[in-house]
Design a protein around this ligand. Structure first.
Ligand code: 13P
Ligand code: SF4
Length: 418
């Protein structure tokens, strides 16, 4: 049996990156609603049911009863329900998912059960928004805890991106001399629906970490340069691997005029990188890789491309959560693999492949604190409510936003990972 991250945190709160994580999520989700996390700054659409915190009865419920309720509700709802789970979810939750995958796979999975009435997304807010945009209008999408956002997604809000775009259009004009667009906006999947809609309206596209290279090629066929948000690291790592010089990738700080750049910097820019980052992946360092190599001769190191560029350069490979999983599957019994990504996923791989030594590069237990908010209590409560005919914690993207965002998402789905 795998030791869950929850148990690790409870046993050793001083060794986790955030002692708050040892508490029940309802203790720090004091304000009902979206966030902190993706779309904290978005307006909550009117039809969304906004319940309070998790009902007290579910907070106090014994684990056995929570799990019995989840199983019974799944049984009762049958094919009317599909549960999607991201690789970073805790084991206690991921065991109930009908599909487990990376963001690209889960966006596709949302389309695979058109007959289900309800998609319960055990992931974070931007993933559930994407499912709502892609699902049939009659389907409901539920995020068991509305406070499960993504802090990186919050680093680019719609107003700041609009303001950046205005400045860039003033500087470059809409069309380059060769007839291509002067700038193509590319948003990482980890962004609000409003920003996906912005890309749809401006000839842009969404990418995930698995298809970012295909998406950048798509963008350069249509535009002279790319505005990439919110994750600077994925943008930089992907463009660098395609041969773009880091000198031609200025960073955009929305609090400064021209993002803190000179006109000359922007004139030669190939990729303009928003200053966002993931707090889990920015913890990985080259020193950790050197230590792993010193202590485990022959170790293979793979990291997620949200990690800083020197870390990706020092690793043997980088890739999306699914690519990391495939890297482990392709390894041999006896191999040692150090992984730079979220701890729930690393622990699960280690448990699944006991004949290999698999460990996280970061010695401190650091789960994605927003994914972690999907506690089994929330899953049990939302499913019990569904059995009663009540849809709670529904994610509803406003129609006009969904229409434009879908344009950018469909371009993304057509840009297959390499
Ligand atoms: P993947 O697309 O690789 O699943 O990554 C999602 C994510 O949020 C990583 O931090
Ligand atoms: Fe967001 Fe980072 Fe969590 Fe991924 S791991 S969902 S980027 S905070």
């Amino acid at each position: 049996m795998t030791t869950s991250v929850n148990e690790l945190i409870v046993a050793q709160p001083s060794q986790s990156c955030d002692v708050e994580l040892a508490k029940g999520p309802w203790e720090f989700d004091a304000v009902p609603g979206y966030g902190p996390g993706a779309s904290e700054l978005d307006v909550i659409p009117e039809p969304v049911t906004r319940p309070g915190q998790l009902p007290a009865a579910y907070q106090r419920m014994a684990d056995d009863e929570l799990h019995a309720r989840i199983r019974a509700a799944k049984e009762a709802l049958g094919d009317r329900l599909v549960i999607l789970g991201h690789f970073y979810q805790r084991d206690e939750v991921v065991q109930y998912a009908d599909f487990v995958g990376d963001s690209f796979q889960l966006a596709n999975a949302a389309l695979t059960k058109p007959d289900a009435d309800t998609i319960v997304f055990c992931g974070v807010h931007f993933m559930a928004e994407t499912a709502d945009i892609l699902a049939r209008p009659e389907q409901h999408v539920i995020l068991p805890n509305l406070a499960a956002g993504c802090s990186m997604a919050d680093m680019a809000d719609e107003d700041s991106v609009e303001d950046c775009w205005e400045q860039l259009m003033e500087l470059y004009g809409e069309t380059a001399a060769d007839g291509r667009a002067s700038v193509i906006p590319v948003t990482y999947m980890n962004s609000s629906a409003a920003l996906k809609a912005f890309c749809g309206r401006h000839g842009g596209i969404v990418c995930t970490s698995s298809n970012a290279a295909t998406v950048l090629e798509w963008a350069f066929e249509r535009g002279q340069r790319v505005l990439f948000f919110p994750d600077q690291h994925l943008g930089r790592n992907t463009a660098k691997a395609m041969g773009v010089s880091v000198d031609d990738m200025p960073m955009w700080n929305p609090r400064k005029p021209l993002g803190g750049n000179t006109e000359a910097d922007l004139d030669k820019a190939q990729v303009i990188l928003w200053h966002g980052f993931c707090s889990v992946h920015k913890r990985f360092t080259v020193a950790q890789i050197e230590k792993a190599r010193a202590e485990h001769p022959g170790v293979k190191v793979i990291v997620h491309p949200e990690s800083p560029m020197p870390v990706v350069d020092a690793a043997d490979a980088s890739g999306s959560t699914d690519a990391i999983r495939k890297f482990v599957i392709a390894s041999q019994p006896g191999d040692t693999i150090a992984i730079g990504t979220e701890i729930n996923m690393v622990n699960r791989l280690a448990a699944e492949f006991p004949d290999r030594t698999i460990f996280c590069l970061d010695p401190v237990v650091c789960p994605c604190s927003t994914m972690y908010r999907i506690h089994p209590g929330y899953l049990a409560w939302t499913l019990d409510q569904l059995v009663e005919g009540e849809v709670v914690n529904e994610i509803v993207v406003a129609d006009d936003v969904a229409r434009d965002a879908k344009v950018a998402l469909e371009r993304m789905l057509a840009a297959l990972p390499k």
